[in-house]
Design a protein around this ligand. Structure first.
Ligand SMILES: [Zn+2]
Ligand SMILES: [Zn+2]
Length: 372
C-alpha cells in the first residue's frame, strides 16, 4: 500500500507534516485519495485548544479535518457501486460521511444513526491502522459498509469539500426544524454555514429567508444566495431592534424556524424571541463546552417554543446535498464560499488565514481548504 502525507495536529497552533502508511484494503473497504480538505469552525476550536481531539476516550496526536472530498484510490474487489447503486470504479470522485454509525446499538436501532455513541470508533490514531486518515492527509479509509456517494462531474472540488459537513448539516437542520413552503426562516450568521443555509432554505421553497450578520460583504453574499431580507447588526444594534425587525417582516407573528449558525451563546435568547408561538429554534453553532445561556423556561412553555439541537445528519442527506448544489450552481455563488486554497504543507498558514477570515470586516470569503 502507498505511504501518505499527513498534517498531524500535535498541540494547539502546531501541525507536523509526516509520512504515514495506509491500510490494507479489506473486502468491502474503499481507500480514498483526498483532493480537498476544508477547515471547519470546529477545527479552529481544536487548533486554539478550546476542544481536545479524543481518540477512543484519550487525547492524542491526531489528523484533523472532516470536511473533505477525494477520488477512489483502491477498493475491495467486491465493491461495485456507491450507496445509491451507481457503478463505482477507481478514480471516481466521491463524498462520504466523516462519521460511521455502528448500526447495531440501541440508538442506531431507533433509526438515529447520527447520534450513535460509537460513530467515531475508527477515528485515526497515527500509530495504528488506518494511520493516514483525515481531511488533512493524503488518504481516508472507508471501512466495509461505509456510506459513499459519487460526485457529479458538474461540481468542482471546492464546491464539494463542505458537502459532508456544512452543507449537509444545515439541510438536516432545516429538515428537522420542519421548514416548509410558506414559512419564514431566520438564519443567524452569514459565515459558511449561514450562506449554505440561506440558499438551502430558499431552495426548499419557504416564503422568506431573513439572514442576520454584521459584515457587509457577507450580507451581500447572503442576498446573492437567496436571502429575501438581511438584518445588519450595525444598523439594528440591539437584540430588541432585531427582534422587532423580524416581527415587522413576518406580519407581527415571528418566524417559523430560526437556525443558530453564529456559535455565540449570546444569540440564543435573541433567536428564540424572533420565533412565532410554536416556532422551532435549531441549535447548530454552539458546539464547545460551557456555552451557557440563561433562559426563562416559562416563556418556552407558554410560547410552545421548540429547541432542536442538530449534530451531524442522516447520511441520506449527502446525495440530497449534492443534488442541491448541481441544481443551484448557476443560481447561487456557493462555489465561492470555499475560496482560499493552500497546499497541505502550508496548513498552519491556512488556519491563521481562517482565523483572520472569521473576524475580518473586509472579506466576503469565509472558508479555506487544503489540497493534499
Ligand atoms: Zn465541520
Ligand atoms: Zn450505533
Amino acid at each position: 500500500m502507498p505511504m501518505g502525507k499527513a498534517a498531524v495536529f500535535v498541540e494547539p497552533y502546531r501541525f507536523e507534516i509526516t509520512e504515514l502508511p495506509t491500510p490494507e484494503v479489506e473486502p468491502g473497504g474503499v481507500l480514498v485519495k483526498i483532493t480537498a480538505g476544508g477547515i471547519c469552525g470546529s477545527d479552529l476550536h481544536y487548533w486554539r485548544g478550546e476542544m481536545k481531539p479524543m481518540l477512543r476516550g484519550k487525547p492524542g496526536p491526531v489528523i484533523l479535518g472532516h470536511e473533505m472530498t477525494g477520488v477512489v484510490h483502491s477498493m475491495g474487489k467486491d465493491v461495485a457501486t456507491d450507496s445509491m447503486g451507481q457503478p463505482l470504479s477507481e478514480g471516481d470522485r466521491v463524498v462520504f460521511t466523516y462519521f460511521f454509525p455502528c448500526r447495531r446499538c440501541y440508538i442506531c436501532l431507533r433509526g438515529e444513526p447520527n447520534h450513535c455513541p460509537d460513530r467515531f470508533r475508527f477515528r485515526a490514531s497515527i500509530k495504528e491502522s488506518p494511520y493516514c486518515n483525515g481531511g488533512f492527509s493524503e488518504y481516508y479509509y472507508l471501512y466495509p459498509g461505509h456510506y459513499v456517494f459519487k460526485v457529479p462531474d458538474e461540481l468542482p472540488d471546492e464546491a464539494v469539500t463542505a458537502v459532508n459537513c456544512a452543507v449537509s448539516q444545515v439541510i438536516y437542520g432545516l429538515q428537522i426544524g420542519g421548514a416548509r413552503m410558506g414559512d419564514s426562516v431566520v438564519i443567524q450568521g452569514a459565515g459558511g454555514l449561514g450562506l449554505y443555509a440561506t440558499a438551502a432554505a430558499r431552495d426548499m421553497g419557504v416564503a422568506q429567508v431573513i439572514t442576520i450578520d454584521g459584515i457587509a460583504p457577507r450580507l451581500e453574499m447572503a442576498r446573492r444566495c437567496g436571502a429575501d431580507h438581511t438584518i445588519d447588526i450595525n444598523e439594528y444594534t440591539t437584540p430588541e431592534s432585531r427582534i422587532e425587525r423580524v416581527k415587522e417582516l413576518t406580519g407581527g407573528w415571528g418566524a417559523d424556524v430560526c437556525l443558530e449558525l453564529v456559535g455565540y451563546p449570546q444569540v440564543v435568547a435573541e433567536g428564540l424571541q424572533m420565533l412565532r408561538r410554536g416556532g422551532a429554534f435549531v441549535e447548530v453553532g454552539n458546539i464547545w463546552a460551557d456555552s451557557n445561556v440563561t433562559l426563562d423556561v416559562s416563556k418556552l412553555i407558554w410560547g410552545q417554543t421548540r429547541i432542536i439541537p442538530a449534530a451531524h445528519y442522516n447520511p441520506q442527506i449527502l446525495p440530497a446535498a449534492l443534488d442541491f448544489l448541481v441544481r443551484t450552481k448557476d443560481k447561487y455563488p456557493l462555489t465561492q464560499v470555499m475560496s482560499h486554497k493552500y497546499p497541505l504543507e502550508e496548513i498552519g498558514k491556512a488556519f491563521e488565514q481562517s482565523e483572520w477570515l472569521g473576524k475580518s470586516e473586509g472579506t466576503e470569503i469565509t472558508r479555506a481548504f487544503v489540497t493534499p
